[in-house]
Write a protein that binds this ligand. Structure first.
Ligand code: NAD
Ligand code: ZN
Length: 467
C-alpha cells in the first residue's frame, strides 16, 4: 500500500526558463503474520482479508496445489468464499508472466519463483494490483517474502524486468516445510547463515548448535521434533526475518549499496552460472561467504577459531565452500562485474567479528588470489574437498518437475495431511499471531501476544513494516 504525498513548486533556471520541481514521499506499509496453519479453518486471518469481496483468486505452483489444494478449497468453502485457483508450472527457464485479472488482492501461494512472477504480474496489472503472499519454501519464507522486490527473467537475464511492489500482507507458515525437499531446505539455510554471520550472533549460535537437526526436520516441522528444536527454529526464523527487515526497510529501493545482506553476493552472481549445470543459489553464495571469511581471516578481522567455526558450519550443512571451477580468472571477472553494479567500489561485506560486518573496498588482485590459494588449501581438510551436497540445480529449479502422482500420494499428501493435523490449535509452538485481521490503512494495530518485535521503520524511506 502506498500513499504519495507530493508538493509542486514553480522554478526558474538561471537562463530564465520556467519549470516545476516535484518532491514527494511515498508511505509504504505492509504486514507480516507468523502463523502455523494458514489454511486451517480454525485460523480466520486469511479469510478475513477476503470477506469483503466474498471471493479469492489464488495463483499457485502446481506442486503446491497437488499437496495443499484440497486444504485450500476446504478452507475457503468453510468461510463461504468463492475460490478460483490459477495453477502455474513456472520454472526458472519459464519465469514469465501469467495473465491475471482481479480487483481484490490476488492470493499468491508458493516458492520464490511463484511469488516473484505473480507479484510482478500484480505490479504491472493496472499498474498496481494488491496481493497477499503465502511463501512455501525456506527461500520464500526468510528471503524473497521479506523483500518487496518482484521480477521475471527477460532475454538471458535473471530478474531483468521487475518492480518494487509490496504485498498488503504476508502470512509466514513454516508448516509448509514438512513437504519441501531437503535440498531446497539446505539451499535456504545458506541465506540464514548469511544474515546471522554478519548481523546476529545469537541466531548464528543457534544455527551452529542445531544445524543438522534443522535441515533434517524442516526447521522442526517434521514429526517427532523436540520442543527444544522447535523453539530454536522459531527463534532463528523470527529473529532472522526481523534482522533482515531492520536492515532493509530503510533501503527498500536499494539505493544504498553498502548492504550487510550482500554478504556472499559479491562474486557469486558470476560463479553461480559458471558450471555447465549452474549451482543452486544457496551453494553459490556459500562459496562466496566461505571464501570471504578466509579473506577476512587473512586480515585478522575474524580469529582462526571463528573462521574454522564458520567453515565447519557450511560443511555440516552440506553447503559448498569451493568449486573446482572457482579460480583466479573467475574471481577477476566477477570482481569486474560487481564493481559495475556497485558504483565502482567492491563493498564486499565480511564478518568482523562473527555477528557484525565490515565492507572491504581495498582488496588488491594479489590479496584476492593469495586468499584463494589459501582457501583451496584449507578445503582439503574438509569432506568432499569443500564441495556441497546436491549443489547443482535440477529440473525443479530450471524447468518444471511435476511431482509424480505416486510420490505425491505416498509422501507429499501424507505429509500434508499430517501438517493439517498439526496446524493451529494443535500446533506445537506458541507462535505469536499478529494483526489478526488483514491490514489496511486504518487497521494495522498489533494484537499478538508476546510480540515485542513490532517494527516501525519510519525512517528515510518512510516505510513502515508491521511484523
Ligand atoms: N524477490 C526477492 O527478493 C527474491 C529473493 C530470493 C530469491 N528470489 C527468487 O526466488 C526464486 C527461487 O525460489 P525458491 O528457492 O523458493 O524455489 P521455487 O519457488 O522454484 O521452489 C522450489 C521447488 O520446490 C517446490 N515446492 C515449493 N514449496 C513446496 C513445499 N512446501 N512442498 C513441496 N514442494 C514445494 C516447487 O514446486 C519447486 O519445484 C528465484 O527465481 C529467485 O530469483 C527472489
Ligand atoms: Zn541470495
Amino acid at each position: 500500500m502506498s500513499d504519495l504525498k507530493a508538493t509542486v513548486t514553480e522554478t526558474t533556471t538561471s537562463s530564465g526558463h520556467n519549470g516545476f520541481h516535484v518532491e514527494g514521499y511515498e508511505k509504504i506499509e505492509y504486514d507480516f503474520t507468523l502463523i502455523d496453519g494458514v489454511f486451517n479453518i480454525e485460523n480466520p486471518n486469511l479469510a478475513d482479508c477476503y470477506k469483503r469481496w466474498k471471493r479469492c483468486l489464488a495463483v499457485t505452483d502446481l506442486n503446491i496445489y497437488n499437496v495443499y489444494g484440497k486444504q485450500m478449497e476446504k478452507y475457503f468453502e468453510h468461510y463461504g468464499l468463492e475460490l478460483k485457483i490459477h495453477k502455474t508450472k513456472i520454472g526458472e527457464k519459464a519465469k514469465t508472466m501469467p495473465t491475471l485479472l482481479s480487483i481484490e488482492p490476488v492470493l499468491v501461494v508458493g516458492g520464490g519463483l511463484v511469488t516473484d512472477v505473480a507479484g510482478f504480474a500484480c505490479a504491472a496489472y493496472r499498474r498496481n494490483t494488491n496481493f497477499i503472499r503465502v511463501p512455501t519454501t525456506v527461500i520464500g519464507l526468510i528471503d524473497a517474502s521479506v523483500s518487496i522486490k518482484v521480477a521475471v527473467n527477460y532475454g538471458n537475464y535473471k530478474n531483468r524486468l521487475g518492480a518494487y511492489h509490496a504485498p498488503i500482507h504476508t502470512f509466514l507458515d513454516f508448516t509448509f516445510l514438512r513437504t519441501l525437499p531437503k535440498a531446497q531446505i539446505r539451499n535456504g539455510f545458506a541465506e540464514l547463515i548469511k544474515i546471522s554471520t554478519c548481523s546476529h550472533l545469537d541466531t548464528f549460535n543457534l544455527l551452529d548448535k542445531y544445524c543438522e537437526q534443522l535441515i533434517d526436520t524442516g526447521f522442526g516441522r517434521a514429526d517427532g521434533s523436540s520442543k527444544e528444536l522447535i523453539e530454536a527454529a522459531d527463534k532463528i526464523n523470527r529473529e532472522g526475518i526481523h534482522e533482515m527487515l531492520k536492515l532493509e526497510t530503510p533501503n527498500l529501493h536499494e539505493i544504498g549499496l553498502d548492504r550487510v545482506i550482500a554478504y556472499g553476493h559479491t562474486w557469486s552472481p558470476l560463479h553461480e552460472l559458471v558450471p555447465e549445470t549452474p549451482l543452486r543459489h544457496g551453494h553459490a553464495i556459500s562459496i562466496d561467504m566461505a571464501y570471504s571469511a578466509t579473506l577476512a581471516n587473512g586480515r585478522n578481522l575474524i580469529t582462526d577459531q571463528e573462521h574454522r567455526r564458520l567453515l565447519d558450519l557450511f560443511s555440516r550443512a552440506g553447503l559448498s565452500m569451493d568449486h573446482h571451477q572457482f579460480n583466479e580468472e573467475i574471481l577477476e571477472k566477477a570482481t569486474a562485474a560487481i564493481l559495475k553494479t556497485r558504483d565502482g567500489l567492491l563493498r564486499a561485506a565480511v564478518p568482523n567479528p562473527i555477528g557484525s560486518c565490515t565492507f572491504l573496498n581495498d582488496v588488491s588482485a594479489k590479496e584476492m588470489n593469495a586468499a584463494l590459494r589459501r582457501h583451496k588449501q584449507l578445503m582439503k581438510e574438509f569432506p568432499r574437498n569443500g564441495e556441497g551436497i546436491e549443489a547443482y540445480v535440477d529440473a525443479s529449479d530450471t524447468g518444471y518437475t511435476e511431482n509424480a502422482k505416486m510420490a505425491e500420494e505416498s509422501t507429499l499428501e501424507r505429509s500434508a495431511k499430517k501438517a493439517g493435523a498439526l496446524n493451529g490449535t494443535k500446533g506445537h509452538v506458541e507462535t505469536p499471531v499478529i494483526n489478526g485481521a488483514c491490514a489496511s490503512k486504518t487497521e494495522n494495530g498489533v494484537t499478538g501476544k508476546g510480540m515485542n518485535d513490532h517494527l516501525n521503520g519510519n525512517i528515510k524511506a518512510m516505510a513502515s513494516v508491521h511484523f
